[in-house]
Design a protein around this ligand. Structure first.
Ligand code: MG
Length: 262
């Protein structure tokens, strides 16, 4: 009889033909146990994983570059960098730190698309100026998409131009800035835009930024190049381009810069 009923009719039949409350409870519990056992059996039927599909092993000690990272500045030289005129980078190096010194932007000798970037920076301990004139520098992915570096500790400016912003586009979710002169950290995941063969945008760029351990950009869509001012508009470019550090005439310091291609 019960086997000939559909599922909902079967439920009604059980609830009306098993009169005692304890009996109904026991029946429901046994049904739950049966379904759970089926689920567990299904989990165990997966194929044995192939070693060739195992994630590549990367050694990673907190505070050190991962084993597969390219160190862009490790404290002693700027050999991975050049000027935009293809000359030797001339920023000052001392005590494991490189300082912006007014000799112009520097760019990496290698080119990058999708990447993970780690940068430590400190804005000048001696506070001069305000707004955009206080501790300004920047990290321009592919040379054109700037993540702002600025002394944003008690320093109001247009919010989409403060530290952790996609410059002139998207303000950080929160202000996680440390005091002037204190070391700060950006860990950034950048996904490059893609263009078709005719230069039409297929996919915009995206960026996620963790500033001093705090998420300040969460898979944020970049609207186009961050300069010149005005409505951002993508202009087609190669899949990989150099990373740029901005000389904005403030003695911002950098150390421990490394990058992983994704
Ligand atoms: Mg800047």
């Amino acid at each position: 009889m019960i086997a000939s009923l559909n599922q909902s009719d079967r439920g009604i039949y059980i609830m009306t033909h098993i009169p005692s409350f304890p009996g109904r409870v026991a029946l429901i519990l046994s049904a739950i146990a049966f379904i759970t056992s089926l689920c567990h059996a299904a989990e165990g039927t997966g194929e044995i994983p192939s070693p060739k599909d195992a994630p590549r092993v990367v050694s990673a000690d907190p505070g050190k570059p991962p084993s597969d990272a390219l160190v862009l500045f490790g404290g002693t030289n700027l050999s991975e960098w050049r000027t935009e005129k293809n000359e030797e980078a001339k920023w000052e190096i001392a005590n494991g730190v490189v300082t912006v010194n007014g000799t112009g932007n520097i760019v990496t000798r290698k080119e990058f698309g999708d990447c993970q970037l780690h940068v430590e920076f400190a804005t000048p301990a001696e506070v001069k100026g305000d707004g955009q004139n206080r501790g300004n520098s920047g990290i321009k992915f592919m040379g054109v998409y700037e993540i702002q570096v600025l002394d944003s500790y008690n320093n109001p400016t247009y919010w989409n131009g403060s530290a952790g912003s996609v410059y002139r586009q998207v303000a950080p979710l929160v202000n996680a800035s440390r005091k002037p002169g204190e070391w700060q950290v950006y860990d950034i995941v950048f996904h490059a835009p893609a263009f078709d063969g005719k230069g039409v945008l297929n996919k915009p760029a995206f960026v996620t930024i963790i500033h001093n351990g705090v998420v300040v950009q969460d898979h944020t869509q970049i609207l186009g190049p961050t300069s010149p001012p005005g409505a951002p508009k993508y202009v087609a470019h190669p899949a990989k381009q150099p990373l740029l550090l901005q000389d904005h005439h403030a003695r911002v310091q950098y150390r421990n810069i490394w990058i992983r291609e994704l």
